[in-house]
Design a protein around this ligand. Sequence first.
Ligand SMILES: C[S@@+](CC[C@H](N)C(=O)[O-])C[C@H]1O[C@@H](n2cnc3c(N)ncnc32)[C@H](O)[C@@H]1O
Ligand SMILES: [Zn+2]
Length: 360
Amino acid sequence: MEERGLKIFAPEGEPKMDDKVFFNEEMLENRDLSLIAAKAFFEKIDIEDPNIGDPLTGTGIRGLRYSELGDIYLNDANPNAVESVKEALKENDVEASVENKDANVFLSGKPGFFHFIDVDPYGPFTPFLDSTARAANYNSFVGLTATDNSAPTGSYPTVCERRYGSKPLKNGFMHETALRIYIKEAFEKFARYDKCFAPKFCYQFKHYTRVMGRVTESKKRTNKALENIGYLSYCDECGWRKLKRVQECEHCGGEVEHAGPLWIGKIADSRFTEKMLEKTPEEWESSKDILEKVHAESEILTPFYDLHELASRHDVPVPKRDKVIQALDEKGYPVSRTHFGPTGIRTDAPLEDILEIMES
Ligand SMILES: C[S@@+](CC[C@H](N)C(=O)[O-])C[C@H]1O[C@@H](n2cnc3c(N)ncnc32)[C@H](O)[C@@H]1O
Ligand SMILES: [Zn+2]
């Protein structure tokens, strides 16, 4: 099997957790965007021969893809995976260190060592977050994948409270709430080690969420960034929402629900995503599409609106998304599409203005 010209050894077809070696073709965009983000980071930071860790490597594909950037350290607890990694390294003529340990043991043995760590587990990344925070250099980049989205999107609120210490909300923008809970979790865990985790490019796609950020040593910066941890408010009567804890809906005066604690800052840094866009090959279309949308919406903070949901709630015909975007733009409001869904928009415009446009 091949990905972007690199040979790997994995079973064909739908991936299963009891496969000899796990590989999911559906994660192509995750791997493309992680490579591009790492390139953007290393261009800015310029570390000679950076150490890159892939503690849950499976076939070794991530390490292979990052091998152009630095020294590669691969690990997997499954001895079959390690065998297929070694085969792939030989086949692609790539050198790397390969270990067969529990990921926490692998990371704990290398405190402060890695300049980029890619944590890509089954389910949540939380079991590996402490050891990742310790193994991350004071000047590094970290990528975290989570596939336990049903908990922070509100299907299992108790699991979410237990695992993330946050209350989720199951509504039209639940995937954004989940992303913000994941970012909060990463930020707080790194903060305990006096490391500042600054989200650079975070998104939700298919069945997973990906959080990528820069790690620096700065107690002052971490203290300042604490202001990005908070709550969001949502009115189930009218669909109004805000990234702030308030007691009353600012649109209809109704009661509001809260989700959090979660990250109330930006989910991406537009200067960083701009650099990433410059590095993205035209032919990586699906990956570029995600990146362009995240870039466009990164400066707008209000959680996105799903226009179908808003139309049905207010009993108005479903409007054309581009028409709503154009009208809000003409009124001078920040507005964009959103990567969270094809029928969504992101805008800081007041709800009454959005509804007025939808009704016109
Ligand atoms: C989702 S797969 C990794 C996929 C791979 N990163 C990719 O992009 O194709 C998770 C991998 O973690 C390994 N794994 C699961 N728990 C582990 C642990 N505690 N320590 C080390 N490896 C583990 C599994 O054997 C599996 O290969
Ligand atoms: Zn309301």
